[in-house]
Design a binder for this molecule. Structure first.
Ligand code: NAD
Ligand code: UDP
Length: 321
């Protein structure tokens, strides 16, 4: 039942996580009524504590693998651990979160006729033979490897989104998000940017996996949230999938050197074993996002890293990390 308010009611699953909490900030700033849902598996109340007293913000502790009955106009489905150590800790739950979570949120969208966004990932391309990756590329994923719980879970979620779209006429929006970084990343999530910054701030050795010759492209969180929101408000016929990420590619070694330099750290670089199925190269082709959403990232790594370093520095100084 619609109430008498015309304020848009928006559900953000995974809203207490890194990306989700920034998205909640933007939605509140835009005047939406935000229901932030999270089971706090990798997210934290600290990420949203500044929003807790806001009259248009509500937090609900809930696991998306269970059905949810609320009345909303839009759904952003971000719930899912995103860093390899977190999603590999309980791989069965990771797949359930992507697959059962998608079914539950799509069911909710079907009943409420809400438009629904899915946070998919560049991991659907696996260890790609095509470079840079375009949306038309079907990917190269090991279905039984240690990353499969995440990669295949997200691939199945995409399948579900497009089947609900075709079968039930749902308005869906699917973004394939490439490596994103910024304040509110979990300090111990093992992702490369957070790991290297924490190690550099503590003057500990920087853990390069392999020789550090693998590549990634790093998008600052503000750019990513802007891309996600542009996709949500794009015309209904544009469902995606669309790549969102920064196309400027760095080796992991270059990233380490830049962080050590910016921190002014005495950390040395130390090579470790490369994790299994670690993609060797990754860089988004963002022409579709540019053409259909008028979107391209604006924040250079050299501008985004200092803000992220300042965030982790505060965490360490306040004893929170
Ligand atoms: P994150 O771990 O900070 O956020 C995920 C949030 O989902 C957390 O708050 C966590 O507690 C919550 N969550 C996990 N399982 C849940 C469940 N079963 N029920 C309810 N809540 C649950 O990660 P993030 O970087 O903010 O990623 C957000 C989304 O974006 C994820 O779906 C991720 O796969 C996707 N993504 C992120 C990146 C990136 O570089 N950050 C890249 C590609 C895709
Ligand atoms: N990586 C690294 N040292 C670390 C953490 C990660 O060299 O301490 C590498 C990792 O092997 C991968 C890249 O950095 O090649 C990005 O890792 P991350 O976990 O951030 O993201 P993903 O592999 O999912 O892109």
């Amino acid at each position: 039942m619609r109430n008498y308010s015309t304020t848009k009611r928006v559900l953000v699953t995974g809203g207490a996580g890194f990306l989700g909490s920034h998205l909640c900030d933007r939605l509140i700033a835009d005047g939406c009524d935000v229901l932030c849902l999270d089971n706090l598996y990798t997210g934290a109340k600290q990420n949203i504590e500044h929003l807790l007293g806001h009259p248009r913000f509500e937090f609900m502790r809930h696991d998306v693998t269970f059905p949810l009955y609320v009345e909303v106009d839009e759904i952003y489905n971000l719930a899912c651990p995103a860093s390899p150590i977190h999603y590999q800790y309980d791989p069965v739950q990771t797949t359930k979160t992507s697959v059962h979570g998608a079914i539950n949120m799509l069911g909710l969208a079907k009943r409420t006729r809400a438009r629904i966004f899915q946070a998919s990932t560049s991991e659907v391309y696996g260890d790609p033979e095509v470079h840079p990756q375009q949306e038309s590329y079907w990917g190269r994923v090991n279905p039984i490897g240690e990353r499969a719980c995440y990669d295949e879970g997200k691939r199945c979620a995409e399948t579900l989104f497009f089947d609900y779209h075709r079968q039930h006429g749902l308005e869906i929006k699917v973004a394939r998000i490439f490596n994103t970084y910024g304040p509110r990343m979990h300090p111990n999530d093992g992702r490369v940017v957070s790991n290297f910054i924490m190690q550099a701030l503590r003057n500990k050795p920087i853990t390069l996996y392999g020789e550090g010759s693998q590549t990634r492209s790093f998008c600052y969180v503000d750019d990513m949230v802007d891309g996600i929101m542009r996709l949500m408000s794009a015309p209904a016929e544009f469902a995606g999938p669309v790549n969102l990420g920064n196309p400027i590619e760095f080796t992991v070694r270059q990233l380490a050197e830049q962080i050590v330099d910016l921190v002014g750290s005495s950390s040395s670089l130390e090579c470790h074993d490369l994790p299994s199925d670690d993609p060797r190269q990754r860089k988004p082709d963002i022409s579709l996002a540019q053409e259909r959403l008028g979107w391209h990232p604006k924040v250079q790594l050299s501008d985004g890293l200092p803000k992220t370093i300042a965030y982790f520095d505060d965490l360490i100084r306040s004893g929170s990390a």
